[in-house]
Design a protein around this ligand. Structure first.
Ligand SMILES: *Cc1c(COP(=O)(O)O)cnc(C)c1O
Length: 383
């Protein structure tokens, strides 16, 4: 019997503690956590600086309403927007909420309704974010969705041009579709998108909920492209495991989110903001980001050396990598778990690797050894 709604397909492991990349279950078994709670625990489990800041802030103040001023939110906003096209931030509690804010702001600012999004995208589970999401399995069974999302194939130039008319407020996309299979934006498509947004006055919203905060080796994934977003959304890695979301926007949007237009009780909570400030201070250091890039290259090389190239294709950036297999990967992920390596799927055929950004080279070696052993035994890709 369970007292929980069965809306998650939970694995039968009960994790009770963690340190760095290692998590331990209730029977004392250790695992290498290459899920990071789905790109959340960016600095690993129980990072000393985050533990300290939670302790310190929890003794000072837990909650302040957004009725009052917040120099702490101001400081976090400044850290996130420094040296970017963005000038302002709105804080919330999750990725879906950040995307809701972006959808509302884009509609209000442009006074238009249509938002173009992409097949295989994932933007969250609330009605707006679900309506934006290009996956039937997410949308099915919930009745009429929010109108005026135009969902078109990703990286399809012709369809993009055909979808644009005078009603389009914004285009919203992930630079790497995380849930949808670790699909990367094509450079040519990114150039076309940038040109169209500029020439037609369309806002560009980039959902960096999964790719942001160092996950792909730069502060934000769009920095590795020609894309010039007006809005980005953040969540997962921003709090290192503490719930927080954010929307960053350019200065021209400032007037459209005036008093009373939008809000949330918990958004920008002092505990969440204190933790996020610490995460950003650590992750946005050049040396840290270069190391993410270096570990990524090391992991890709190890994978390529251990797996035969014609059977697997590896894609993604930074420490958001996907291994596309020919067969479904669910049973493989189960086997890897038994062997002490936690992984997550992206679509039916893709194994996603999302270690903490603080993963060590030795842990990468160990993970790839487990992966290669299990893949060979399971013959996942052999058809
Ligand atoms: C996880 C995710 C979301 C939803 O975030 P929640 O915090 O679960 O609401 C939105 N967009 C992307 C790209 C995500 O990966």
């Amino acid at each position: 019997m369970t007292s929980l709604f069965q809306n998650y397909a939970r694995r039968s492991v009960h994790l009770v503690k963690g340190r760095g990349t290692i998590v331990t279950d209730d029977k004392g078994k250790d695992y290498l956590d290459f899920t990071s709670g789905i790109a959340v625990v960016s600095l690993g489990h129980a990072h000393h600086a985050l533990v300290e800041v939670v302790k310190r802030q929890s003794e000072k103040l837990w909650h302040v309403s957004n009725l009052f001023e917040s120099p702490e939110q101001e400081l976090l906003a400044a850290k996130l927007t420094e040296d970017t096209p963005f000038s302002h931030a709105f804080f919330c509690n999750s990725g879906a909420e950040a995307n809701e804010a972006a959808i509302k702001l884009a509609r209000k600012h442009t006074k238009k309704n249509v938002i173009i999004t992409f097949e295989q995208s994932f933007h969250g589970r609330t009605f707006g974010a679900m309506s934006a999401t290009g996956q039937v399995k997410v949308r099915e069974g919930f009745g009429p969705l929010l109108e005026s999302f135009r969902i078109i194939p990703y990286n399809d130039a012709q369809q993009l041009e055909a979808a644009i008319d005078g009603d389009v407020a914004a285009i919203m996309l992930e630079v790497i579709q995380g849930e949808g299979g670790v699909n990367q934006i094509d450079p040519d498509f990114a150039q076309l998108l940038t040109d169209l947004c500029k020439s037609k006055g369309i806002l560009l919203i980039i959902d960096e909920v999964q790719t942001g905060i160092g996950r792909t080796g730069t502060r934000y994934a769009y920095e590795q492209t020609v894309l010039e977003p007006d809005i980005i959304t953040l969540a997962k890695g921003l709090g290192g495991g503490f719930p927080i979301g954010a929307m960053l926007g350019s200065s021209e949007l400032f007037q459209s989110f005036g008093p009373g237009t939008h809000g949330t009780t918990f958004g920008g909570n002092p505990l969440a903001v204190a933790v996020a400030q610490t995460v950003v201070d650590i992750v946005f250091k050049k040396k840290f980001l270069l190391e993410v890039e270096d570990k990524s290259n090391y992991l890709i090389e190890k994978l390529q050396a251990s797996l035969s190239k014609d059977q697997y294709s590896i894609r993604g950036a930074g420490l958001l990598l996907g291994i596309e297999c020919r067969d479904e990967v669910q049973s493989f992920i189960q086997q890897a778990e038994t062997a002490g390596l936690l992984l997550v799927q992206a679509g039916a055929n893709v194994i996603r690797m999302l270690p903490p950004l603080t993963v060590t080279y030795e842990e990468i070696d160990q993970a790839v050894d487990i992966l290669a052993t299990v893949l060979l035994a399971e013959k996942v890709a052999v058809t």
